[in-house]
Design a protein around this ligand. Structure first.
Ligand code: SAJ
Length: 401
């Protein structure tokens, strides 16, 4: 069994590594030669705990090889990004380009699977493209959609233990894909149609976005009403059928803040709640920036001098170094612009150096600042003693206990 993974990013590379670890001969393909070289040298270009050692093992024993061009295999996996164009319209051009690259290699009996988050109908669209260019393969190859659902930071465990949803263009394709994933997935493999599997991925992340929006909306109401939102949510969650998530400074990352648009673009009339949740979560970041700006002005009026402000955290969620689509980064940039860069200390304990932001040690920044703005609830921040002589804007519940 030889498998070709198109895309060696945050999901493609770990999946290729885990497949190789389970004895599958893997060729990992990426358009970026730096990624290919690093992978072939056993160097992980992403940050994922525990993954580096397994990469070295599978490169060392020859089960994983990276290349900029695909090779003839028995199964092909499309794991490339699906960003959006302006106006939040999904862009499946990477999926299409990766598919076009492997079409000449396909042979009877092969499996083709899309894992990339995709708008509904993408698997069928790619099936049409494949059969338009290789009509002799109609009903002779297997085509399916199987979304990933791993949580960055816990990928090794979740790739193996999570349940997965597998949807073929027909029953035979679903069967074939299940046989493949059974080689390394211990979770249950749930069979369905490809359109349902595509929608399932979008639904999972939209569901989380909507639930976070509810928590963020509560935080806005509580701020105005003078209620501690963390206490409120903890009390409401004592109800046996209530489970409210945590408010924060917005929603970031490349999944939850993106995937709901794949539904709202295609179903604008029907997806009112999903669209509103996106709006609320985006607004929350804007609201946080305004709160900081107001605190700054109030300080200047009261003390007749400019405050030193510590912006605590830049990543998109706690205890990671991933700054992609991070609302904390947006808020910090907006505050930087309004205070003309002066007296701003920027903190991200999980990153050593950054091209745009000059970083300060979190303890030093906290000590020096008049206004402390908690944007990400990193564990290390929780050990900082609450100093009531400072103005503390805790947007993510560092001091919620
Ligand atoms: N967040 C809150 N409040 C919460 C929980 C999260 O504000 O109570 C924020 C985080 O701070 C962050 C954002 O939401 O900014 C997203 O973080 P996350 O931990 O909810 O999710 P991701 O983006 O790291 O991973 C998600 C996961 N999806 C779901 O939990 C439904 C993961 O399983 C998916 O594989 C991943 O998206 C993906 O690749 O789609």
């Amino acid at each position: 069994m030889k498998a070709c993974f198109m895309g060696l990013g945050y999901i493609g590379l770990p999946t290729a590594i885990i497949a190789a670890k389970h004895g599958i001969q893997v060729i990992g393909v990426d358009i970026n030669p730096v990624v290919v070289d690093m992978t072939n040298q056993g160097q992980l270009h992403i940050i994922e705990p525990g993954m580096q050692e397994i990469l070295q093992e599978v490169v060392g024993n020859g089960l994983l090889k990276a290349s900029t061009v695909p090779e003839v295999s028995d199964a092909y996996f499309i794991v490339v990004p699906t960003p959006f164009k302006g106006n939040h319209e999904p862009d499946i051009s990477f999926v299409e380009a990766a598919t076009r690259a492997i079409i000449p290699l396909l042979k009877e009996g092969d499996l083709y699977v899309i894992e990339s988050t995709s708008p509904i109908g993408t698997t069928n669209t790619m099936a049409h493209l494949i059969f338009a260019l290789r009509p002799e393969l109609k009903d002779k190859i297997y085509i399916a959609y199987c979304p990933e659902r791993v949580l960055p930071g816990n990928v090794i465990y979740e790739l193996v233990h999570n349940d997965r949803v597998i949807g073929g263009i027909d029953e035979a394709s679903t069967d074939k894909a299940i046989t493949f994933y059974n080689k390394f997935v211990q979770g249950t493999l749930h069979r369905t149609h490809c359109k349902t599997a595509e929608m399932c991925k979008l639904t999972e992340n939209s569901s989380r976005d909507v639930q976070i929006a509810f928590a963020n909306e509560l935080s806005l109401i509580c701020d105005k009403a003078g209620i501690n939102v963390w206490e409120l949510i903890s009390l409401a969650n004592k109800h046996p059928r209530v489970n409210i998530l945590q408010p924060g400074c917005g929603v970031g990352g490349h999944c939850i803040a993106v995937d709901p648009y794949f539904i709202t673009t295609d179903f604008p009339i029907e997806s009112q709640l999903i669209a509103k949740a996106r709006e609320i979560n985006n607004y929350k970041a804007f609201w946080c920036a305004e709160k900081v700006e107001n605190a700054m002005l109030r300080f200047e009026l009261e003390h007749h001098c400019r405050p030193t402000i510590a912006m605590m955290g830049l990543s998109f969620k706690p205890d990671i170094d991933d700054l992609r689509e991070a609302p904390a980064k947006y808020i910090t940039t907006k505050v930087m612009q309004s205070c003309n860069n002066a007296d701003l200390l920027i903190v991200e304990p999980n990153v050593v150096e950054h091209k745009v932001f000059k970083l300060t040690d979190y303890k030093k920044a906290y000590k020096k600042a008049d206004i402390v703005v908690f944007l990400v609830a990193h564990s290390v921040f929780k050990s900082l003693p609450y100093d009531n002589k400072k103005v503390i804007l805790d947007f993510c519940g560092v001091y919620k206990k």
